[in-house]
Design a protein around this ligand. Structure first.
Ligand code: ADP
Ligand code: MG
Length: 254
């Protein structure tokens, strides 16, 4: 296979030029980072599972009319997506108190929030992704008021849909992070859901036991990280066809 041009290497994925203009290939790595990349490690099979989980969730969301960048999965670790101009925001939705919300505001982890809360963080590793308000977002031109309205509407729909879907398989969607991007078509701009939706950027708790089934197992050294990601995929009914033994996937990326 011809070598592809690498566009970007991030903490969890590598982006390659896609086969057609306006497309890119997302390659999912096993690398894991936490606390703004101060903690680094690998979670064996994570890339394969996240590729599959993100494909599944983005496909279900497209079915209810949420526009996404996802086109199709190419292999165990790669998916083809529409190339977008990423809006430099991490859009976080919280249903239950956990993580930074608990530490910053002193609200005990596990407290059900009175309503879903949306937070914005400026995507900038150098600044450690600081929290920002709509004022900052519009003043600095990262997104317009209309863009934010659209993002909020989509985010709340995604939250309701995913909360229900996951609760159906015994998982509480505690919180998660979304990224959005712009696609230009004949001078018209559309916002679409981009990046990935996986246990790397969701907090997922077992509905019965409260056990964590997401990246917090890695962040907090709780052990059984691989097993937790696998269990999420198993409950969604999407463990890779080839079986657990093949989770390492192909060694080469070119
Ligand atoms: N459809 C897309 N088009 C262009 N960039 C994208 C798309 N989807 C996600 N991205 C960007 O690609 C990168 C994915 O790699 P990742 O390892 O998550 O990076 P990071 O370390 O920046 O979080 C992110 O910076 C994300 O914003
Ligand atoms: Mg990322």
């Amino acid at each position: 296979m011809a070598r592809r041009r690498q566009l970007y290497e991030g903490k969890a994925k590598i982006l390659f030029e896609g086969p057609e203009p306006g497309t890119i290939v997302q390659y999912f790595k096993d690398d894991a980072t936490a606390f703004n990349a101060q903690k680094k490690g690998t979670i064996t099979g994570k890339g394969v599972l996240n590729n599959r989980i993100s494909e599944y969730l983005m496909t279900r969301l497209a079915e209810i009319g949420i526009p996404t960048h996802f086109i199709r999965r190419l292999n165990m670790r790669e998916q083809l997506v529409r190339e977008v101009e990423i809006i430099p925001l991490e859009v976080v939705v919280r249903n239950v108190a956990a993580g930074s919300l608990s530490t910053r505001l002193g609200i005990q982890e596990g407290t059900r929030l009175p309503r879903s809360i949306i937070e914005y963080y400026y995507k900038n590793d150098g600044l450690q992704d600081p929290m920002v308000s709509e004022e900052h977002i519009t003043a600095f031109g990262w997104a317009s008021t209309q863009d934010i309205d659209e993002i909020v509407q989509m985010t709340l729909r995604v939250n309701d849909f995913l909360s229900g879907l996951l609760l159906g398989v015994g998982i509480v969607l505690v919180d998660f992070k979304l990224e959005f991007g712009r696609i230009w078509e004949n001078d018209e701009m559309r916002l679409v859901l981009a990046d990935e939706i996986s246990p790397d950027n969701c907090r997922l708790w077992d509905a019965k036991t409260g056990e964590k089934m997401d990246k917090d197992r890695f962040r907090r050294d709780l052990g059984k990280v691989e097993e937790a990601y696998q269990e999420v995929a198993r409950r969604l009914g999407i463990l890779p066809e080839a079986g657990i033994r093949d989770l390492k996937g192909p060694e080469t990326m070119q």
